[in-house]
Ligand binder design. Structure first.
Ligand SMILES: [Fe+2]
Length: 212
């Protein structure tokens, strides 16, 4: 039997004709279908949450430079946009990050490798740090996040790295090796930039917050 592709537009038109899609009196059918399609195209999946862990400290300093000059470890620059699930960027959202140093130690007395970052007018946040080390009790290297924006649910999550030896080069299949990691989505590819004397890892981590 020959089949024909049915578009979202066809389905909505049929629903309207059959009475299972009811429009507000102020909306035309053509307008409504166009808006529906636009909204669906723009919608983004919320970033999965992940445990806050035992090492969070509030009131981390406002800075985007977690790495001090001369700090050992692989320099790492993380950046990304903060979005709402409707696809709009969220300017001035607050991004709190904290992580272990390159040897896997958290600073519990002070605020090394802890920061509060405010996204700019275009919803972009960025910070310089080092690749976090492994530490006992955790399998994967990670950076903790708490992200907040007005009108949106606060998100607690973690960023992981596709280059982590724990994933054996195949994070798609091996992400469950970290018992706290329930989704592949939080693992990001790593780009190496710079010259041989001074290389830097670059990671993009887009955040999508759910509306309240
Ligand atoms: Fe941690």
């Amino acid at each position: 039997m020959k089949t024909y592709p049915v578009t979202r537009r066809d389905v909505l038109m049929k629903c309207a004709a059959m009475g299972s899609l009811v429009l507000a009196p102020s909306l035309s059918l053509a307008e409504s279908v166009a808006m529906w399609e636009r909204q669906e195209r723009a919608s983004k999946k919320p970033t999965p949450p992940n445990d806050i862990g035992p090492f969070y400290k509030g009131q981390a300093p406002q800075t985007s430079h977690l790495r001090a000059p001369g700090d050992p470890g692989l320099p790492l620059a993380v950046s990304g946009l903060v979005f709402s699930t409707n696809g709009e960027v969220l300017p001035h959202s607050t991004v709190e990050v904290w992580q272990a140093d390159h040897l896997g130690h958290y600073d519990l007395k002070g605020y090394r490798y802890r920061a509060t970052i405010t996204a700019d007018d275009s919803g972009k946040y960025s910070f310089d740090t080092v690749m976090p080390g492994h530490y006992p009790g955790r399998v994967g290297q990670h950076i903790h996040y708490v992200v907040k924006a007005p009108g949106h649910k606060p998100l607690t999550t973690q960023l992981y790295f596709a280059t982590d030896p724990a994933f054996g080069g195949d994070p798609d299949h091996n992400y469950r090796r970290d018992p706290l990691l329930h989704t592949r989505e939080l693992i990001r590819p790593v780009t190496i930039a710079g010259d041989p004397k001074e290389i830097q890892a670059l990671v993009n981590f887009e955040i999508v917050l759910e509306r309240l």
